[in-house]
Design a protein around this ligand. Structure first.
Ligand code: URA
Length: 210
């Protein structure tokens, strides 16, 4: 069982994250680095997957070799910034089923408003990994996990790039059964719900908007 919070302190992850934080990093650079980091974070979030064995023949002899067990896992992107993590993870887990949850943050209330949801079937039989680069207030993440549970998911993990202590706490209270994997937990949120020091708006930096 993964801990409730795993901070991936691997030097490559930390180095890439620092470059992503820099305000002068270009959209192309930011996108490339997010993809690269997503591979390393995916490695951590997929620890302790169920395994079985199959009998194979190497050029030398027969052996019982380990393989993944169970239904294909479901990867859920929380739009829109979650998409920046998807391609890298899908390279590692090409057979994963993919879903999308669209939530935007009401700028006044900072509460999540759902505008889209399409997720794979049989979520109850799959490991479900929800991805969003930023765990800030935790409101959207909690709402996305609520929705996944309503659709039957029982075994959920949450992968993000950066988290605020407030978001980690909110997730822990609402969904103590959902382990979080992140590259860093920053100091705090500002009055607009941005992570400090953070990296700004992940969606804007990823897609070059604004
Ligand atoms: N979403 C972002 O993109 N950045 C933050 O700092 C907080 C939420």
């Amino acid at each position: 069982m993964l801990d409730h919070l795993t901070v991936v302190t691997h030097p490559l992850v930390q180095h890439k994250l620092t470059i992503m934080r820099k305000k002068e990093t270009s959209t192309a650079g930011f996108r490339r680095l997010l993809r690269e980091i997503s591979l390393l974070l995916a490695y951590e979030v997929t620890r302790e997957l169920d395994m079985t064995t199959m009998t194979i023949e190497t050029p030398i002899c027969e052996m019982d070799a380990p393989i993944l067990d169970g239904k294909k896992l479901a990867l859920i992107s929380i739009l829109r910034a979650g998409n920046g993590l998807m391609d890298g993870i899908l390279e590692l887990i090409p057979a994963a089923r993919v879903g999308f949850i669209g939530l935007y943050r009401d700028p006044e209330t900072l509460q999540p408003v759902q505008y889209y949801a399409k997720v794979p079937d049989m979520l109850e039989d799959r490991l479900v990994i929800a991805v969003d680069p930023m765990l800030a207030t935790g409101n959207s993440s909690v709402a996305a996990i609520d929705l996944l549970k309503e659709k039957g998911a029982k075994n959920i993990r949450f992968l993000c790039l950066l988290a605020a202590p407030e978001g980690v706490q909110r997730m822990k209270e609402a969904h103590p059964d959902v382990p979080i994997v992140t590259a860093a937990v920053d100091e705090r949120l500002d009055d607009h719900g941005y992570i400090v020091p953070g990296l700004g708006d992940a969606g804007d930096r990823l897609f070059g908007t604004k």
